[in-house]
Write a protein of this length. Structure first.
Length: 92
């Protein structure tokens, strides 16, 4: 009689790649949205997601690189506004 459930195996390469593809798309979307709002949070998140998806071997390398570029652009936009206003917030 077995009282415990059988141990599950670790996710295979197919699920891992699907997760990496999703992270690449998410980094692109977060980087794009971060250009307009919450760039102090969304920029670094887009960079990290893009790096992890590239490390896991995504098939959507272009989206991952775009997400990373947009994340860096988010931080550059934030730094530009900080220099212009001398504050951490945008004021139009």
């Amino acid at each position: 009689m077995q009282l415990t459930a059988p141990a599950t195996t670790s996710p295979g390469p197919r699920t891992r790649r699907r997760d990496a593809d999703g992270m690449a798309v998410a980094s692109f979307i977060l980087g794009l949205i971060g250009l307009l709002v919450f760039n102090i949070f969304l920029g670094p998140t887009a960079i990290v997601l893009a790096a992890v998806s590239l490390w896991r071997g995504t098939k959507r390398r272009g989206r991952a690189f775009l997400g990373m570029g947009l994340g860096v652009a988010d931080l550059l936009v934030l730094l530009t506004f900080i220099q212009l206003d001398n504050t951490l917030s945008w004021s139009f």
